[in-house]
Design a protein around this ligand. Structure first.
Ligand SMILES: Nc1ncnc2c1ncn2[C@@H]1O[C@H](COP(=O)(O)OP(=O)(O)O)[C@@H](O)[C@H]1O
Ligand SMILES: NC(=O)OP(=O)(O)O
Length: 313
């Protein structure tokens, strides 16, 4: 089936693995683009969102290292915008080149997107979003003694700095994004969860936070009335009893079944849980649509034979 509106959220693995140089991230996105253009080749409208956790944390470290009167460190809202700009550019470039190779005449635009959050969101006092590089427990504790930063253990992978991560309430540029999609352009939007802003008396002000890209992309998919919301991450399927001898992959599952697995703590908070929560919300609120969690490498199998974890109402 073609001519569907598909929102694809790219996980960290699709952009940054062990090598944080700009060139390595461009190279990773070149490969990612080659998978993504298959959807466009199939006749679907593609809207892409992406994470920025590793990148915004690294940029913050660069800012802190350079901090001086002449070169002051920026706040997180500006750093999120900078990563939306740089990753958006890498994606535009990689997708445009991949389209060129297929002789498909389409333009790719990325939109630096402001996402409204609630200034009373408890997330501002309960820091939960891991950003930047991983540290050992010893390094993280030493860092916490030196500064007022908070570090937590991130899903068994090491210690990371955490920042506020309020839930997305509204996407300010949604009408502009819709216009671009309806005009046939490939759109990159809501990257890094979007720039967090609060809205008071119609005025927007950036705040110190990083919105979870899985929740922001769910909001984008819902606002665009997407037929499909695909979350691409490091695994082909979501599993129950993940990483245990009896792990079982989930193929076609209902919202009710997924909620039951959440109540059994099957999904790690800060990694798989937000993806499961975002896809449940999309499937629940958009009956007839599909929400999928799978890997980039499995995208072709998803299109051809429906492989991946598919959540429906
Ligand atoms: N139940 C589960 N099923 C599959 N993967 C899981 C599960 N629980 C935790 N994970 C882990 O969560 C990871 C995805 O989260 P993460 O790496 O934080 O996402 P992102 O791709 O957005 O950076 C998977 O690659 C896997 O290692
Ligand atoms: N903003 C965000 O959620 O980024 P990651 O998915 O890279 O953590």
């Amino acid at each position: 089936m073609a001519n569907r509106k598909i929102v694809v959220a790219l996980g960290g693995n699709a952009i940054l693995s062990d090598n944080p140089t700009a060139q390595a991230q461009k190279d990773a996105l070149k490969q990612t683009a080659e998978f993504l253009v298959k959807l466009i080749q199939n006749g679907d409208d593609l809207i892409i969102t992406h994470g920025n956790g590793p990148q915004v944390g690294n940029l913050l470290l660069q800012n802190i290292a350079a901090d001086s009167e002449k070169n002051p460190a920026f706040e997180l809202d500006s750093l999120v915008a900078m990563t939306e700009g740089s990753i958006g550019y890498w994606l535009q470039n990689a997708l445009q080149n991949a389209l060129h190779d297929l002789n498909i005449d389409k333009s790719v635009a990325s939109v630096v997107t402001q996402v409204v959050v609630d200034k009373n969101d408890q997330a501002f006092t309960n820091l939960s979003k891991p950003i930047g590089p991983f540290y050992s427990e010893e390094e993280a504790k030493a860092e916490m003694e030196k500064s007022d930063a908070t570090f937590v253990e991130d899903a068994g992978r090491g210690w990371r700095k955490v920042v506020a991560s309020p839930k997305p309430v509204a996407i300010k540029e949604i009408e502009a994004i819709k216009t671009l999609v309806e005009s046939g352009h490939v759109v990159v939007a809501g990257g890094g969860g979007g720039v967090p802003v609060i809205e008071e008396d119609g005025k927007l002000t950036g705040v110190e936070a990083v919105i979870d890209k899985d929740f922001a992309s769910q909001k984008l998919a819902a606002d665009l009335d997407a037929d499909m919301f695909i979350v691409l991450t490091g695994v082909d399927y979501v599993y129950v009893n993940f990483n245990k001898a009896d792990q079982t992959r989930l193929e076609k599952v209902t919202v009710e079944e997924m909620k039951e697995y959440i109540s059994q703590d099957q999904f790690a908070p800060g990694s798989m849980l937000p993806k499961v929560e975002a896809t449940i919300k999309f499937a629940e609120e958009n009956p007839g649509s599909e929400a999928v969690i799978t890997s980039l490498e499995n995208l072709e199998q998803l299109i051809e034979s429906g492989a991946g974890t598919i959540i429906t109402k």
